[in-house]
Ligand binder design. Structure first.
Ligand code: ARG
Length: 595
């Protein structure tokens, strides 16, 4: 379905050209004076130069054409040369009716040429618990992926596990100290290794920090861990088998954690999956003359003439021959290109990794790993801060584990929901339902709190504000959906049906405002996809929820006597609910039936 603004622009363009003015001046925008009009065009101001005419004369000409156009209830030329437009109620209603009929899409067409896009997000590190730093990547990445899917693209989420660093060597070292008798440490052993892991997730999560702590104070211990890492990377059998166990145990736990966040990945690849591609990749970089030795390391220059700040060379191998984070990311691109030949790869990490991605992207293009038809994009997000403006920590100043944070919000939400129920006495929700509902609403609070900010900005994680049922919050959006659900239930509970009715032209200003918000859905979604910007979806549903609530407060829906009008209201409610639900689904959360 055509976008509403495009339809208006088409008519205004026709009017401009019919009056002998160039189409390029017919640029229509949403009004920045909603008290005066709904849409506006300032093109006459710019055209005045070319046609050597006062702007208001041009605006007058165009307005005269538009007043008779059924699309507009008002087309007014205002001095010095603005064109103010109001949409005709019947025309708007017919557009909304078409949205209703377009089930599941509400006027938003799928992409004509679907793209394959890999979204690299999550980025958890194996054997280390998820902490709040991983929350943003998961939340934003999941939403970008879902927005793309809704637009009809082939979106592939890859968790890109951090499973190839010193942490593996540390775990192996500590394990060897504790259980030296394990067969994995016997270099003579050639048989099969046990299927069962020699540790649980709880042990693993304890082993890693212990080992990490020891390595900081004990030189020999650190040396052993480095040695183990090296042997693992060289392919020592027993260590490889341990790595598989560490991965399995960790991944099972990670999946559970991500599931609780309503986040899932198509691919569970890790840094280790890239390692087999490194030797050939490095050889080719050397053969093609891109990689050269500098101070013992192997590097590729990536600076460009237009750089305003120094971009250091991309280091491919350290002087001891070890690979780095950038090497792994480049080799990961090798298999991603080979297996998927994607149109785009989007990375979500903390914005402090910006330089890393500039280097990797430039190096990948320069060395031909990635061709010109694949777009590489790094979305660097800001820090999640506590109320004190500093990175979010536990009460005693430690790194906050994601699970605990989620538990805390669940509890807070349960309290609010129970209070809310007491106030409204009429609803008696069982303890069980209250708990389930609290979880659903808590997730909305967390995700909306994050996604409603532009990703690159830092934001303050404020539990009180995020869990509030009022203001620009997740719970407010859910509350609005629940309110609509309850009206629809009441209506249908009376045995009534809205079939055989059409959306009627708005009966009030607030109803028209609601329709105007709804009409922006397809343009908003397309734009949110193009700009990888979930915050645009949030801004939209906040406006839509506000428009709905004004309409709701100013309209007697259930007591409306004209049956057709009532049906039209119910249809409008149904569309509003469906659009809101579609939007929160792409944001990665859902609404309960009541709260
Ligand atoms: N594991 C990394 C971290 O915790 C994030 C990985 C991001 N993805 C990537 N392809 N580099 O910082």
């Amino acid at each position: 379905m055509k976008k509403f603004l495009d339809l208006i622009t088409e008519e205004v363009t026709k009017a401009f050209t019919e009056c002998g003015y160039d189409a390029k001046y017919a640029k229509v925008t949403l009004s920045n004076r909603p008290d005066l009009c709904e849409y506006q065009c300032n093109g006459a101001m710019a055209a005045s130069k070319e046609y050597k005419k006062a702007p208001f004369m041009i605006a007058d000409d165009v307005a005269a054409k538009l007043v008779t156009n059924p699309m507009f209830s008002m087309a007014e030329s205002v001095k010095p040369g603005f064109l103010n437009l109001k949409i005709d109620e019947a025309y708007l209603a017919s557009y909304i009716e078409k949205m209703c009929a377009d089930e599941g899409r509400f006027g938003c067409d799928k992409a004509e040429h679907p793209k394959t896009i890999i979204v690299d997000y999550g980025g958890p590190n194996v054997a280390k618990p998820l902490h709040v730093g991983h929350l943003r990547s998961a939340i934003i990445g999941e939403s970008i992926k879902r927005i793309g899917k809704f637009m009809g693209h082939n979106m592939i989420g890859d968790v890109h596990l951090g499973d190839w660093g010193l942490q593996m060597g540390l775990i192996i070292t500590e394990l060897k100290l504790r259980k030296p008798e394990l067969v994995y440490f016997d270099e003579e052993y050639t048989g099969e290794y046990p299927m069962e892991a020699p540790f649980t997730i709880a042990e693993l999560e304890e082993i890693y920090p212990t080992a990490s702590g020891k390595s900081k104070v004990d030189e020999a211990y650190k040396e052993a861990a480095l040695q183990a890492t090296n042997e693992l990377q060289q392919g020592r059998r027993g260590y490889r088998a341990l790595l598989d166990h560490i991965l399995n145990v960790s991944v099972t736990d990670l999946k559970k954690n991500y599931e609780n966040l309503n986040v899932s990945f198509e691919l569970w690849k890790g840094e280790s999956d890239a390692q087999p591609y490194i030797p050939d990749m490095v050889q080719k970089m050397k053969d093609d003359g891109f990689a050269y030795e500098s101070e013992g390391a192997l590097v590729v220059d990536v600076k460009e003439e237009t750089d305003s700040k120094e971009i250091p060379p991309c280091i491919i191998l350290k002087s001891d021959g070890a690979s780095l984070y950038s090497t792994t990311d480049l080799a990961t691109l090798v298999w991603r290109m080979k297996d998927y030949n994607p149109d785009g790869v989007i990375y979500l990490t903390d914005k402090r990794q910006e330089l890393h991605f500039i280097q990797v992207f430039r190096c990948a293009r320069k060395t031909g790993i990635v061709g010109p038809n694949t777009e590489l994009k790094h979305i660097g997000f800001g820090t999640m801060n506590g109320k004190d403006g500093k990175p979010f920590k536990t009460r005693d100043g430690g790194v906050m584990r994601l699970e605990y944070l989620v538990d805390e919000i669940n509890e807070e939400m349960l309290k609010k929901i129970t209070e809310n129920q007491k106030e409204k006495e009429s609803l008696d929700i069982s303890d069980e339902e209250a708990k389930v509902t609290a979880k659903v609403v808590a997730l909305a609070a967390i995700k909306y709190g994050d996604l409603s900010n532009q990703a690159s900005k830092d934001y303050i994680f404020d539990i009180d504000r995020f869990t509030s049922f009022e203001g620009n919050t997740g719970p407010y959006i859910l509350y609005t959906i629940v309110r609509i659900k309850s009206i629809l239930n009441k209506y249908h509970g009376l045995g009534k049906e809205e079939t055989g009715a059409f959306i009627e032209p708005a009966h009030s200003k607030s109803e028209k405002d609601l329709m105007m918000e709804l009409s922006k859905f397809n343009a908003m979604m397309e734009n949110a996809f193009e700009e990888s910007a979930p915050h645009k979806v949030c801004a939209y549903i906040y406006d839509l929820a506000n428009a709905f609530n004004s309409f709701y407060h100013g309209t007697k829906i259930m007591s409306e006597e004209n049956e057709q009008t009532q049906k039209s209201y119910i249809r409008l409610l149904g569309l509003t609910k469906a659009v809101l639900e579609t939007c929160i689904d792409v944001l990665g959360f859902s609404a309960p039936d009541r709260m």
